[in-house]
Design a protein around this ligand. Sequence first.
Ligand SMILES: NC(=O)c1ccc[n+]([C@@H]2O[C@H](COP(=O)([O-])OP(=O)(O)OC[C@H]3O[C@@H](n4cnc5c(N)ncnc54)[C@H](OP(=O)(O)O)[C@@H]3O)[C@@H](O)[C@H]2O)c1
Length: 248
Amino acid sequence: MTERVVVVTGASSGIGAALAERAAAAGHAVMLVARTEERLREVAARCGPRAFVHVADVTSRPEVRRAVAAGVAHFGRIDVWVNNVGRGITRPPSQLTDEDIDLMMRVNVLSALYGMQEVLPHFRARGGGQVINVSSMLARVPYAVHRAAYSGAKHFLNALTANFRDELAAEHPGITVSLVSPGLVYTEFGTNAHHGGPPSRSFPQGQDAEQVADVILRVMETRATDVYTRPESHDRVVAYFEGIGQGP
Ligand SMILES: NC(=O)c1ccc[n+]([C@@H]2O[C@H](COP(=O)([O-])OP(=O)(O)OC[C@H]3O[C@@H](n4cnc5c(N)ncnc54)[C@H](OP(=O)(O)O)[C@@H]3O)[C@@H](O)[C@H]2O)c1
């Protein structure tokens, strides 16, 4: 495997931490981005001496711009930018506030938009690069009532990802944009949700963060455009859409 410089946002826990560790173990140079320095340093220690920690709130465009600059200054280049930051919410549609929607949009959409836009000049200058956006099954199928605003934000992320890919395809074929959609994953996502919520592990049939990280590592190699982390997700999405538009 060719060594690449991989930036992972949300690398202080869950899928991002597992991805940083797996990528480092596979020989890649990793830059770990999140807000909590102490946790980032714990993960970096498990990644080895070359791991580079950068503290940033990726809902701030200037902070994302500084993260890109810091990565390029430290490693000389960035090859892969993984927009992994995301946050859930536990509130049904009838009770959602303006603030709930704003938060979901900032953390699930703007964070990735900033990442894509701010790394793009570097990728253009080099004539290549890879963006991987971590989405969700709930971005395709809105089957969790209390996650409505999260589901909607991730739908937005999917549209942005697909159209960003299309925009770049003709002019910059060396820059690829991939979408990875997990289902339930056993991380702190459940308890970190806005307004709280049960631990992810209290639900059956989840994946471990390491399994999702391995799928993302494969996408780094194949540059596949749109990937579910579980094979059965495809059929579930198809079944949902087959039931739409049939009547009256
Ligand atoms: N777990 C699931 O069931 C599941 C299912 C489908 C999709 N996903 C998606 O997978 C991705 C990773 O989620 P996870 O399960 O690993 O969740 P997690 O354990 O809660 O991790 C979230 C990570 O994002 C960071 N983060 C949050 N807000 C940030 C901000 N404003 N700026 C910088 N970093 C920020 C957190 O670190 P700090 O708090 O230190 O900043 C943490 O490292 C998300 O996009 C999520 O939507 C998760």
